[in-house]
Design a protein around this ligand. Structure first.
Ligand code: NAD
Length: 368
């Protein structure tokens, strides 16, 4: 068993709680990392193989993401052991029990993550009155449906591309993953005149240098099919090495690594997914003169939208806020990276830490 104090450093975590209720088979963990800026917002992840370490790493990522985005929220995360495709009544019972057990932990606001969705957040809200990412029927802004994260990815692409002399209009884009993030990034980029030249999902990849019909692909996916079934599509081995201007990993972790980073042909990589590149791959891209925008800067649109929902905003103001924050942060990361000769990730971490440390300096006990 791992020692919970092995994760402790000057930023947190403030609290780690293991919850257990054998009457319903509940096993879960909550990590409240740092709440110097405000109560933590972070998703509830449900999977059979979650762990304390994963929960801590995700909670810390939220601390940095929320601080960088200038939200009035700290970072936290919760995990629930179980198969997310279990019968709905059983899943509801587990999630309600988890929420109820953590009722008094007002420093943590539940949000959706892998294995949970807006309906799950509706159950949490009903149980304890505290969650984000709610269905529209409960006054929520359905962030995956409207493409909050994909919108932010588009703005990060626009600012970063302009900094290296590329216009989005006519730029060739390759996207790995065509889910909540990838699909909407494709849609918003195509609206700006970009050419979506390669796309993949878990079943395979397709290319079309003249541009893939994004609306047709969205309809195909909505019908439960794979991108590989798009009529007239040409199959490809993968998108990491696609001939393109901008590459957007928007699926799994660690998909660009030391063994395939040399094959990247894009001039810019914008991370839609969380940790899609290993630290070694990011370093190598930088050495090769390929600009990349780190995950917690580029994919913060979802949590910005969630925080705005929590504070009673509308979709229109959430979209304005995503645009303003992600464009400003992307610019700042590029500027600091070039000025100080540091990796974009280091510049992004410095940006988040400067805000976090300032907040901590105003707290009597730093974290809370
Ligand atoms: P999703 O489940 O809606 O979509 C994932 C997509 O990736 C699917 O199209 C799936 O087929 C595809 N995929 C899976 N394995 C693949 C592989 N090996 N190669 C190519 N494609 C593959 O998930 P999502 O919500 O779009 O999240 C994607 C990533 O973005 C995750 O890392 C997630 O943590 C991160 N993220 C999501 C949000 C959000 O608002 N949804 C916000 C921030 C970060």
């Amino acid at each position: 068993m791992s020692d919970p104090f092995s994760f402790a450093d000057e930023l947190g975590p403030k609290k780690i709680i293991h919850v257990h209720n054998p009457s319903v088979g509940l096993r879960g963990i909550l990590v409240i990392d740092n709440v110097a800026i405000g109560p933590a917002i972070g998703g509830l992840r449900m999977a059979p193989d979650v762990s304390l370490e994963e929960c801590f790493r995700l909670a810390r990522a939220m601390t940095l993401k929320n601080a960088a985005a200038g939200l009035s929220h700290g970072g936290g995360k919760s995990v629930l052991f179980g198969d997310p495709s279990m019968p709905a009544e059983k899943k509801e019972q587990l999630i309600r029990c988890m929420a109820s057990t953590l009722r008094e932990e007002s420093d943590y606001i539940f949000g959706p993550d892998m294995g949970t969705n807006e309906i799950c957040m509706g159950w949490v809200k009903d149980e304890i009155g505290r969650s984000v990412g709610l269905p529209a029927a409960l006054g929520g802004i359905p962030l995956d449906e409207i493409g909050a994260t994909g919108l932010g990815v588009m703005h990060a692409c626009d600012v970063a591309a302009a900094s290296i002399g590329i216009s989005l209009s006519g730029a060739r884009i390759a996207i790995q993953g065509f889910g909540a993030v990838g699909k909407h990034a494709a849609r918003f980029l195509a609206e700006k005149g970009a050419v979506i030249s390669a796309v993949s999902d878990s079943k395979g990849a397709i290319v079309n240098p003249a541009g893939i019909d994004v609306a047709a692909l969205i309809a195909l996916k909505a019908a439960g099919k794979s991108v590989t079934e798009l009529p007239g599509a040409k199959a490809a081995a993968d998108v990491v090495s696609a001939d393109c201007d901008i590459l957007i990993p928007a699926a799994r972790p660690d998909v660009i690594h030391e063994q395939n980073v040399e094959s990247v042909r894009a001039k810019l990589v914008v991370s839609g997914a969380n940790i899609p590149m290993t630290p070694g791959a990011e370093k190598r891209l930088h050495e090769k003169g390929i600009l990349y925008i780190p995950d917690f800067i580029a994919n913060a649109g979802g949590v910005i939208c969630a925080a705005m929902e929590y504070h009673g905003s509308t979709k229109t103001s959430a979209f304005e806020s995503i645009e303003e924050k992600i464009r400003a942060n992307t610019e700042e990361v590029i500027r600091q990276s070039s000025k100080a000769g540091i990796l974009p990730r280091q510049a992004a971490v410095n940006l988040a830490l400067s805000r976090l440390r300032h907040a901590m300096s105003m707290r009597r006990f730093a974290l809370f």
